[in-house]
Design a protein around this ligand. Sequence first.
Ligand code: PHE
Ligand code: FE
Length: 278
Amino acid sequence: MDAASHSPDWTIPQGWESYTPQEHKTWVTLYDRQAAILPGRACEPFLRGLAALDLRGTGIPDFRRLSEKLTALTGWSVVAVPGLVPEDVFFEHLAHRRFPAGNFIRTPENLDYLQEPDVFHDVFGHVPMLTDPVFADYMQAYGEGGLRALKLGHLGNLARLYWYTVEFGLLETPEGLRIYGAGIVSSRTETVFALEDPSPNRLGFDLARVLRTPYRIDDFQQVYFVIKSLQSLLDITTQTDFAPLYRDLEHQPDYPIAATTDQDHVFHSGTQAYANSK
Ligand code: PHE
Ligand code: FE
């Protein structure tokens, strides 16, 4: 998309009328695959949001109607963008409670893998959590924090927080570990892997630790961080001034992704955590 053809905030019309029957069918296929495995794995706020927004419908949601429902719940809306947008643009949207979502959908040949987030990842993965008032506040605060990190030259560190919470976060519940991260709930294979595979580390969330942990974008995660509650995530991030943390990080090395330290709280066997819950 060339610079002249989008508005300064990079939003475009969703073009809902232009989706083909095949594209709507792809949405329903993806929806049904996830709906079959998410109960007992995704956290309650996600499942509640999914139901409240009635996302299955007959295909790809119309952002206008979706936004009406979402705005009534938490004041958020969904705006269409052509794909990834510049960081400052992305943060401005979040800071104003607008979630930018790609308007295109993956092809039937690539149901499980895609390089850029499409409408299924963005809407099915992210939007249900935005119906939760606490998570809704967290995402807005993250947008404001992103603008600040950009100015302070530490976006690389803050991006890890987004990755290990918004995209790949796990939540501790009395019934066992549950998923809230959009990158997991929108992926059939990682939904199972994140909770049940013995290989990845599942570590108690520690803010400074997360900011020092790199991530991989090309495979399943080797480490997931587990929060105690959405409220605790909101509290720790909004009550901490990140500027001194960023300064400290300049003198501290990153952690190797797959390593644990004596300070880490390690959750044992995801299989067990999940099985205990049934
Ligand atoms: N409190 C953070 C700061 O001082 C901002 C922030 C809030 C970042 C919530 C992420 C999530 O920069
Ligand atoms: Fe995402």
